[in-house]
Design a protein around this ligand. Structure first.
Ligand SMILES: [Zn+2]
Length: 188
């Protein structure tokens, strides 16, 4: 993990308080001490080209159909990536060995949450999508091509999100939410 330090957001903190050993038990029960969150977005546009094609089967009423192709590039990305970590409000008055254990836990937890950010970042890419539609009326054909384009990008967003959730779950399963990466507050 750790593609590039610059991609990691500054953490937000939620406050926890109390004596070290009691806090260690409380957080141990909670199990999932940090959090990483990303909002998915798409950015892209299509150019829509329609070609009138003679349609013999329509007769005089509708001599043409319009073959429309929506071509565009879409970038899938996450904006507002964030991570949250616990902040121990009694840290300053804690014993040195408790501070040391807390610091080690925060370091490991930060690395774990950065792993989640890496997973979000893996999904950022540029994709080309084509949509194809035909209609007797040129205006309607353009409209239909637009609808097809929007539907494709929406499907892509949903598919990406599903796969993204699966990867985060697998990462948490594998690391036990960071436990295997050293996220621990032992009784001292
Ligand atoms: Zn996790």
């Amino acid at each position: 993990m750790g593609l590039n330090e610059a991609i990691y957001p500054e953490p937000d903190y939620y406050e926890v308080s109390g004596p070290y050993n009691r806090l260690a038990v409380a957080l141990g029960k909670f199990g999932n001490w940090g959090n990483a969150f990303g909002t998915a977005a798409l950015n892209g546009e299509a150019t829509i080209a329609c070609t009138p094609v003679r349609d013999e089967s329509c007769g005089a009423k509708c001599p043409y159909r319009y073959d429309c192709k929506a071509d565009g590039r879409v970038r899938f990305f996450y904006d507002s990536l964030s991570i949250s970590l616990p902040k121990w409000t009694d840290y300053d008055k804690a014993k040195p060995e408790h501070k040391k254990a807390w610091d080690a836990m925060i370091k490991a937890l930060t690395a774990h949450e950065h792993g989640h950010i890496d997973i979000y970042k893996e999904f950022e890419e540029e994709v080309t999508i084509s949509a194809f539609t035909s209609d007797c009326d040129g205006e309607k054909a353009i409209e239909a091509a637009n609808v097809a384009w929007n539907k494709k990008t929406e499907d892509m967003l949903n598919k990406k999100e599903t796969e993204n959730v699966r990867r985060h779950d697998a990462y948490d399963e594998k690391t036990k939410h960071g436990a295997t990466q050293g996220v621990d507050l032992p009784q001292i």
